[in-house]
Design a binder for this molecule. Sequence first.
Ligand code: GBH
Length: 475
Amino acid sequence: SEAVSTGTSVTFPSSFLWGSATAAYQVEGGFDSAGRTPSIWDTFSKTPGKVHAGDTGDVACDHYHRFREDVALMKRLNLKVYRFSVSWSRVMPDGVNVNPEGLRFYTELVDELLAAGIIPWLTQYHWDLPQVLEDAGGWANRETAYAFENYAVVLHEALGGKVRQWTTLNEPWCSAFLGYANGHHAPGRTEPSAALAAAHHLLLGHGLAVRSLRERDPELELGLTLNFTDYRPADPSSPGDVDAARRLDGSFNRFFADPIFRGAYPQDVLEDQAGLWPEDLVRDGDLEAISTPINVLGVNFYTGELLTGADPAEASDAAATARAEGEPNPNVGSEHVSSVRRGLPQTAMGWEVYPQALRDLLLRLHTDYTSEAQVALYVTENGAAYDDVVEPDGSIRDTERQDYIRQHLHAVHEAMDSGADVRGYFVWSLLDNFEWAFGYAKRFGIVRVDYQTLERTPKASAHWYAHIARTGVVD
Ligand code: GBH
C-alpha cells in the first residue's frame, strides 16, 4: 500500500486526546509496600535466566513514591490524558479480599491527575496476575475469569465516580501466548492448550467485567486494548505466504476481535488449532458475555510484518530475534510461520518502522468491526525503543523516536481523513521503564529515567510532543 505522506503539517481536531501510557509493574516499584503480594511478574523476574541481567520491578521508576512529581511532569508536557494500570495484588493481595491501603495509592493518583486537569484512563490488567491466583491455575483456570470480574467491581466501587475511561485488559494475546505457550513472559509456561484456555478465560473475564460494570454504571466508557499487527504475505503470489498471513492475522488479530464484536471465534483459526483446544472450554453463554457491547477499542501498534510459510531456515525471523534462544514459537497451531524483513530501518527492539501499516490497520478495524458497532478507536500505545544520546549538557537527543512518532501520527491522521473514528493517541511510554523480559536495557520513554538517581529528564521528543499536545499540529 501507499507510503504515509509526511511532507506537510497536519492538524488534529481540538477534541483529540493526547496522552501517554505506562503499566503498573513497569513503573511503580513499591513491590512490598502496604501489603502488596507478588504478582507473576515478581516471581518470573526473580527466576534466574528469565529477564535480561536479572532486572526486576522491585523499584522500577519508583512511581509508587514519586507519582506526584510524575503527574506534575505530565502537566508540564500538556498531556490531556494518562493511561496507567492497576496492580491487582496491591489492591487484592490474596486475590479475593480488598486491601484499602493498596487501593489508596490509586485514589491518590487519580485525585492528583484530576487536580492537574488530566483525564485518568484506567487499565485493570496489564499482565501482573497475583501469584496466588497463578498458584491456583492462573488464566488456564476458569475461576480466574470470575476473580477478574470481582476485581473490576472492587475497583469500580472505589474509583468509578472519578475514572470514566475503563479498559479491562491490555493485550490478552501476550498474556495468553507469551505467558503460557512460549514462556517469554510470566508465568513462563509452555503448554499450548493452557494458552488457549488462558486466552478464552481472559476474554471471558473481560466480558463478565464489562457486563457487571455496564449494569452498575451505564455511562462508563468501557473497552479493552488489543495488540494488532498488520500481517501481509512476503510474496503475494505464493500460496504458502498468503496462508501464513491469514494464519497470524487470525490467531493474533481476529482471534480476539471476532468474539468481542461478532460473538464467535474465527472458524479458520479454530481449524488451524484443531486438537489443541481443551474439552468443554467454551461453555454456553460465554460468547454472549464476551460480546457484551463496548464503547472503546484500544489499539496498540508497533509494526507490520511480512510473513512466509516457507522453510524457516530460508527466512529471517524478526519476531525470533526478540525472543530468547530456545523459546518455542507462540503461534499455537501455526508454528511454521515466520517473518521476513522488508529491509527497513529498525528500532532497538529489531522491529521495522512501517507507519502505513497503522493507517491500513485503523481503516480495516473501522470497516470490519468498530464502525457498525459505534465503537471509538484510540491508539492506546505507539512508540519506540532507541539508544538515546546524552549530550554533555545533560539534554537527551532522541531524533529517531521523534521521527517514529511523527510518522505514525501522520498515519493516524490519514486514517481519520479516510473515515476512521480515532479519538486519541498515547505515546508508549511516558517514562523509560521495565521492558518485561528485556529489563531496563530497552528505553521507550519520552522522558529519560536515570536508574541510579531515579531522576527524570524529558527527552527532545517530550518537548516536541508537548507542543503537539498543546496545538494539535504535527509538523
Ligand atoms: C506492548 O506490548 C506492551 O503493552 C507494553 O507493556 C510494552 O512495554 C510495549 O509494548 C513495548 O514492548 O516476538 O513472538 O513476541 C507489545 C508486545 C511485542 C507483542 C512484539 C508481539 C511480536 C511477537 N508485542 N511481539 S513475539
